[in-house]
Ligand binder design. Structure first.
Ligand code: NAP
Length: 299
């Protein structure tokens, strides 16, 4: 009998997210005892099916942990002025502690302008320049930190333990919503942090150094197992839909940015897609709403 190949530990984002949301129920109960029900408002513009699913899942989780949850679904043709007016009203609404505008917004709307109008204390996505600046200057305790990046670090710690000092972290992707904030957070954890992107030379060499690899480039199964350092912690942020003829004609399935099958015997631990980073994003959003309610209630 041939010895079985080593297999990476699967980092179960669903289970870890559930632990986080269960712990939030207690904090929500404590707030309710003070007559504060944390409130989340999600603004969805247009009929993008993926966005509709994300928004529905966020609303369901909010209700599950006892939050007050409202959804503002606006037609794709809504004017920028109407959206801005909606945000201003939510900024002033004392029953709302967290405002989330589901991205992407239709092309005729200036997303940056909309995100800048959200009161930073209610910006539970952490995309307002004030929150970006607080994170960049290490003032996380005053910031609302972006949800997916915060989830990535929690998942990495699940494999590596709380002390990430001195580890080589490589992040593939430099978007404002994932790559850059993940890099900020890992830098604060004292990792030696490298961001690589579409113009990076010798990409595979950089990837091969990573003790912690965060793939957030949005290219299906891009990172191959033999690029990865033996024993690395692989956090796969990508959500890509590909054809799955093996499931039947016209069928599709979700995959990450990492080629899971070839990474499995090399990595020390890996997040599956689905069931890794995705559920953590929602859990961290709920955490941010509760944090925002706690802070606003003290003002
Ligand atoms: P994005 O804005 O498109 O950014 C992609 C980044 O990857 C860019 O910085 C780009 O480089 C880089 N890149 C693209 N192709 C590359 C290549 N061949 N080699 C190296 N770098 C490359 O994407 P995003 O919004 O950050 O999202 C990334 C992925 O995460 C997507 O699959 C998205 O669906 C997923 N996502 C998942 C969650 C979740 O909850 N699980 C949340 C958010 C996003 P340049 O800057 O040079 O163009």
């Amino acid at each position: 009998m041939s010895p079985s190949k080593p297999q990476a530990m699967l980092i179960d984002g669903k289970a870890i997210a559930q632990e986080i949301t269960e712990s939030l129920v207690h904090q929500v109960t404590q707030l309710k005892e003070k007559n504060i029900t944390p409130g989340l408002a999600v603004v969805l513009v247009g009929e993008d099916p993926a966005s509709q699913v994300y928004v529905r899942n966020k609303g369901k989780m909010a209700e599950k942990i006892g939050l007050h949850s409202v959804q503002h679904s606006l037609p794709a043709a809504t004017s920028e002025a109407d959206i801005l007016a909606r945000i201003e009203a939510l900024n002033e609404d004392p029953s709302i502690h967290g405002i989330l505008v589901q991205l992407p917004l239709p092309d005729h709307i200036d997303s940056a302008k909309v995100l800048r109008l959200i009161r930073p204390e209610k910006d539970v996505d952490g995309f307002h320049p004030v929150n970006v600046g607080l994170l960049a200057t290490g003032l996380n305790d005053q910031a609302l930190v972006p949800c997916t990046p915060a989830g990535c670090v929690t998942l990495a710690k699940h494999h590596r333990g709380d002390d990430l000092s001195g580890l080589e972290a490589v992040i593939i992707g430099r978007s404002n919503i994932v790559g850059k904030p993940v890099a900020q957070l890992l830098l604060q954890e004292n990792c030696t942090t490298t961001i690589v992107h579409s113009r990076t030379k010798n990409l595979e060499q950089h990837i091969g150094r990573a003790d912690i690899l965060v793939a957030c480039l949005g290219r299906a199964q891009f990172v191959k197992g033999d690029w990865i350092k033996q024993g690395a912690t692989v956090i796969d942020v990508g959500i890509n839909r590909i054809d799955a003829p093996e499931k039947g004609p016209g069928k599709t399935r979700l995959v990450g940015d990492v080629d899971f099958d070839s990474a499995l015997p090399i990595a020390g631990a890996i997040t599956p897609v689905p069931g890794g980073v995705g559920p953590m994003t929602i859990a961290m959003l709920m955490q941010n709403v509760v944090t925002a309610a706690q802070r606003l209630s003290k003002q």
